[in-house]
Design a protein around this ligand. Structure first.
Ligand SMILES: *Cc1c(COP(=O)(O)O)cnc(C)c1O
Length: 232
């Protein structure tokens, strides 16, 4: 075993312990928070090592990169798409993935619905919310969320399971709080056909904070695998 593997194993142990601490502080059960390994730029053998340690969920941001690594992945892991998605790329991920977390338009939801129908499946999705209102980020504006959910609820082969967000890094605490409120608000409305089970928020720099704000799924890249190498 090389140092790189030991490094990932140590990081995972630290992440689990930090999640357990954060959960204990707010009376939550650590089992209610899923850990996703975000794989961008990481070699498949390292990703598979994380899977062998019990990380059962992988997050992919780029359809192209996923396709180049897919064959080499341990098939026991579940895979979610978490990146910006063009409608013409949906065909590459509709079969191998169990959830698309980055849905922020009805047009994209319609294309997912169409292809899910072709593949005889129902696709679980999260709606991505641009909670900080940043121009640089994708995601539906908080004001547009309910209308979008109502439209998507009419689609037969798509099921909304919750919300995803990437808050502005500089003031993530404030926005994690707003996201928690929004999630609870939508949940209490009981919109027909819309489930609010998963709140996907928290990355390397803010996952402990996200747990305090009700996150049920944290997406960790650098904190698990180290700095990304985009030259690969
Ligand atoms: C890259 C990425 C992450 C992981 O970010 P880290 O800061 O490396 O933990 C999480 N979510 C999304 C959508 C990402 O693109």
């Amino acid at each position: 075993m090389t140092d790189k593997y030991q490094y990932v194993s140590d990081n995972l142990a630290a992440i689990k312990s930090n999640i357990a601490d954060a959960a204990a502080k707010c009376g939550r059960a650590p089992e209610d928070i899923r850990i996703m390994a975000v794989t961008k730029t990481v070699a498949p053998e390292i990703v598979n090592y994380a899977v062998s340690l019990g990380v059962a969920l992988l997050g992919e941001n780029r359809a192209q990169e996923f396709m180049s690594k897919q064959e080499a992945y341990d098939k026991s892991a579940e895979i979610h798409f978490i990146g910006g998605l063009q409608t013409n790329k949906v065909k590459y991920i509709i079969e191998p993935m169990t959830m698309i977390q980055s849905v922020d338009s009805f047009k994209l939801a319609q294309e997912i619905n169409r292809l899910a129908g072709v593949h005889n499946k129902t696709m679980d999705i999260l709606c991505e919310v641009n909670i900080g209102g940043e121009d640089s980020k994708s995601g539906v504006a908080p004001d547009g969320l309910i209308p979008l959910l109502e439209q998507i609820s009419q689609l037969e082969c798509v099921r909304v399971k919750g919300l995803m967000t990437i808050p502005p890094p500089s003031s993530s605490d404030v926005f994690l709080g707003r996201m928690e409120e929004l999630f609870q608000n939508i949940k209490s409305r009981n919109i027909q056909g819309i489930a609010m089970e998963t709140l996907s928020m928290g990355m390397t720099h803010d996952y402990a904070e996200a747990v305090k704000h009700g996150s049920t799924l944290v997406r960790i890249g650098t904190g698990l695998f180290g700095a990304r190498d985009y030259s690969r």
